[in-house]
Design a protein around this ligand. Structure first.
Ligand SMILES: O=P(O)(O)OC[C@@]1(O)O[C@H](CO)[C@@H](O)[C@@H]1O
Length: 380
């Protein structure tokens, strides 16, 4: 089955608005957050111009990931950005943005995560503090309630996405799950094995993911966890290995259950029961159907792989205008093992819904797909 790719071409479409409305705001905020000199500011302005009105040009840095990126983008060079897919355009935009800030150059900005101030502010803000304090209720819940709470925290933790917050008025509303349930999620786990979690955002979402990781380990559903994060800063708030340490440091300094969970996760890292990995493909402008053999072999050996968030979902099911009723199992037929998606809906693509749900949602207009007010749990 095939469907048209989601693109950034149509003025007013979601992808078009990301490039024409969200990215200028993001660049303004980056320039306000850092004392970038004229060279960096000019480079960022040129990137905005190129990505909204120009053609795709090659990378002009000599970063360690240059060659792998070159292979990923070779077929797109010379095309107008507006005629590339949304997935390609957005991913390549972030790779070029990182180079433009001097992340790969010799100079003061080398290795500096330009999004770090935003991620740090989110980790320490009042909403995150409230969420982490609410974990104190967990020990009073019975096992089933605690299972459900861990899944709900991981799903709705995906609302904490700083790229998304640049242009939304969703303000934390949660209308509910459009499909799936915590029970469906837990039914995927049989004999304890190696569980892989492909993380999304840092800060609050990553803290919630560690609550789920802790639940997987303490209930014996997982013998070991592999936590996959991005090798370099990406999509504003996506988690990198540094962010894992920042979140862990924050959790272990807190009183109550958040601190207990943080210390258990820290011990598991020391004992090798949790491994953190950052495969280059996690920043690729490609769908997971095209993943390289080494990553495919890892997922094939996992007892379950959990994909967090909107971008991972786009890459998992294919970023296309699928009928929303296309079965999830068909969309992930390429994936080599049991899989779960936990996602807040923040972009146009969705599959696996029943026809009545789609009609009821469509009756409110199209915004349910992108507003961040609905979520899903899907498994196969
Ligand atoms: O993967 P995440 O963090 O859940 O969401 C990423 C996101 O904010 O970025 C894209 C638009 O910029 C959309 O796919 C989505 O809304």
């Amino acid at each position: 089955m095939d469907a048209p790719l989601i693109t950034v071409e149509e003025p007013g479409s979601f992808g078009w608005r990301v490039f024409h409305e969200r990215h200028p705001v993001m660049i303004e905020r980056l320039c306000a957050a850092h004392p970038f000199g004229p060279d960096v500011r000019d480079g960022l302005a040129a990137l905005l111009e190129e990505s909204t009105r120009g053609v795709v040009t090659p990378l002009d840095d000599d970063a360690p990931d240059h060659d792998v990126w070159h292979a990923w983008i070779a077929d797109e060079i010379g095309k107008p950005w507006s005629q590339t897919s949304f997935l390609f355009a957005e991913s390549y935009f972030f790779r070029k943005l990182l180079a433009a800030t001097g992340f790969f150059s010799s100079g003061p900005w080398r290795g500096v995560d330009p999004f770090a101030p935003m991620k740090r502010a989110e980790l320490h803000n009042a909403a995150t503090a409230d969420t982490l304090k609410a974990l104190d209720a967990l020990p009073r819940l019975d096992d089933a309630e605690r299972d459900a709470a861990a899944v709900r925290a991981a799903v709705w933790g995906n609302q904490a996405d700083l790229a998304f917050q640049l242009s939304t008025d969703a303000s934390g509303t949660t209308s509910g799950l459009v499909t799936g349930s915590p029970e469906e999620f837990w039914a995927l786990f049989g004999e304890p094995g190696e569980v892989h979690l492909v993380a999304d955002n840092a800060a609050g979402e990553l803290a919630a993911d560690l609550v789920l990781v802790d639940r997987l380990l303490t209930t014996g559903r997982a013998e070991r966890i592999v936590l996959h994060v991005k090798p370099t800063p990406y999509y504003v708030s996506d988690a990198t290995p540094t962010d894992v340490l920042e979140v862990l440091h924050h959790l272990t300094g807190l009183p109550g259950e958040a601190g207990e969970i943080g210390r258990r996760v820290q011990d598991s890292l020391r004992e090798g029961r949790i491994a953190v990995r950052s495969h280059p493909f996690f920043c690729a402008p490609k769908e997971y159907a095209e993943m390289p053999g080494d990553l495919r072999a890892e997922f094939a050996a996992a007892s379950v792989t959990i994909f967090k968030g909107d971008l991972n979902y786009r890459r998992l099911v294919g970023d296309r205008h699928w009928p929303a009723t296309r079965p999830f199992a068909d969309a992930v037929a390429h994936f080599p093992g049991p899989v779960a998606a936990l996602r807040v809906l923040k972009s146009e693509v969705v599959v696996g819904l029943d026809a009545d749900t789609v009609s009821a949602l469509d009756a409110e207009g199209e915004a349910w797909r992108t507003r961040g007010s609905h979520a899903l749990v899907q498994t196969r």
